[in-house]
Design a protein around this ligand. Structure first.
Ligand code: GDP
Length: 429
């Protein structure tokens, strides 16, 4: 309790509970009571992660010392933190807002440099500032509207209405801009789910390996061995691409295979992009055509594998089934065409744009949902202003938009929403 803030202290964690045992044994060996040699860091309120007094113990991070020190702390009256409790306290104590709390999670989960940069921008408050600027703009508009209502006899009402309309239009554009780039922000953080599907033995696992460039998915020539789905994250120009290798989709009665096929269908439904793999050296069969029916309305790339073999595939059948869809020939075994496929994936994800992290962006569905609800109110307000509906009604829409937008940063947020956000954290963050 006497240590100054932001100081480190060398020492030992001693288990006093063992003292009596040691005495009874009449051994004076102090080392038996020492749990670990540690460094203690003291951070006093308000300059700490949670704005409260914090002590951190740095020990040798093996399971045994960690567990023992934790047990001791619990024995002496501490309790385990809930998931995200430290970050939640930082929010409740006003050090960060909800957007920043969410970006702590993004920083931890960031898979590429670009994802990390985007997350750090939000943690530093770039997005919060943008949202607060818009919110303050709306509050300003509301003040003008209320002045209009209170002093409706004075001044040129038409000019005042026009001025308010212009301000609202301006703010509306700002919100729309954020919404239009939401996809990019989400992709940067969460990655793009790319499912590799196709009949058994066409080379799905081999393609996954080629893309991952290390052999982790099982490659074998016995059909149906990839029974479960396997996920890998690869870094394509800073974009995390989550590759999912599915079980070969076949009509089967085998219970384990059936489960694998069920999971394949499930991941197909959640895919942002589907790589449909076909075998260059084999004729199209009924199974391939069944899959075609399954993925017809998805974003797909047709990947014709095994071009090192003699051509047997009737490619026109596929082209007819998928007119104007991108198609690439590859050999997963000797890695030809993989570059071209990667370029195609990037092109589809970013529609030709170069990905960048240097903008304030939406990073999850919660934030996007709030923006979409806010814009609805703002649009209603614009319509009401244009149609010269009473100012009281316009005020209702604007007030509602301020309330809704405030949920993004946590100005207005329910206990339930808070719990949902922090439940995604791991313990100790
Ligand atoms: P999956 O069942 O679709 O996942 O297919 P696998 O990746 O397990 O591959 C099935 C078989 O095809 C294996 O024997 C692979 O070595 C072989 N294979 C995969 N890609 C190629 C390729 O480009 N050329 C040739 N000749 N064989 C390949």
């Amino acid at each position: 309790s006497g240590f100054k803030t932001y100081t480190d202290h060398y020492g030992h964690i001693i288990d006093r509970r063992q003292k009596t045992v040691v005495r009874r044994q009449k051994t004076e060996d102090r080392s038996q009571r020492i749990v670990d040699e540690v460094i203690l860091t003291v951070m006093r309120a308000p300059r700490s992660y949670t704005k409260e007094d914090i002590v951190e113990i740095n020990c040798h991070s093996g399971i045994a010392p960690l567990k023992k020190i934790l047990d001791l702390a619990l024995h002496n009256g501490a309790r385990l933190a809930e998931p995200g409790e430290f970050t939640k306290r930082a929010f409740l104590n006003g050090r960060i807002d909800i957007l920043q709390a969410e970006s702590v999670l993004e920083v931890i989960r960031a898979k590429t440099d670009l994802s990390l940069r985007a997350a750090m921008n939000n943690l530093e408050g770039l997005f919060s500032k943008k949202i607060n600027d818009i919110r303050h703009g709306l509050i300003g508009v509301l003040a003008h509207i209320e002045a209009c209502i209170d002093f409706s006899e004075e001044g040129d009402m038409r000019a005042r209405r026009k001025d308010i309309l212009n301000r609202v239009k301006h703010l509306r554009k700002d919100i729309e801009r954020l919404i239009s780039r939401a996809d990019e922000g989400k992709i940067l953080r969460q990655g793009i789910k790319t499912v590799i599907c196709g009949s058994p033995n066409v080379g799905k696992s081999s393609l996954m390996n080629a893309l991952v460039k290390e052999s982790r998915a099982i490659v074998t020539h016995i059909p149906g061995t990839t029974r479960d789905t396997i996920e890998e994250v690869v870094n394509m120009n800073g974009i995390p691409v989550v590759l999912v290798d599915t079980a070969g989709i076949i009509d089967t009665t085998h219970p384990i295979e059936k489960e694998g096929v069920r999971r394949s269908h499930f991941s197909l439904q959640k895919a942002d992009l589907v790589l449909f793999v076909l075998d260059y050296g084999r004729r199209i069969n009924k199974n391939d055509m069944d899959i075609v029916r399954n993925i017809r309305d998805r974003e797909i790339i047709i990947v014709v594998n095994k071009i090192d073999l003699k051509k047997r595939i009737d490619i026109d059948m596929i082209k007819r089934a998928f007119p104007k869809r991108p198609l690439v020939y590859i050999s997963a075994i000797n890695l030809s065409g993989i570059d071209k496929l990667e370029k195609m994936i990037r092109g589809i994800i970013f529609k030709g744009r170069v990905p960048t992290a240097d903008f304030a962006s939406v990073s999850n569905d919660r934030q996007l949902d709030i923006l979409l609800r806010t814009i609805e109110d703002v649009r209603e307000a614009t319509d009401a202003l244009r149609k010269k509906v009473s100012m009281e009604l316009v005020a209702i829409y604007v007030r509602s938009s301020i309330e809704t937008l405030g949920m993004i940063t946590g100005h207005t947020i329910t206990e339930e929403a808070l719990d949902r956000i922090f439940s995604e954290f791991c313990i100790g963050k």
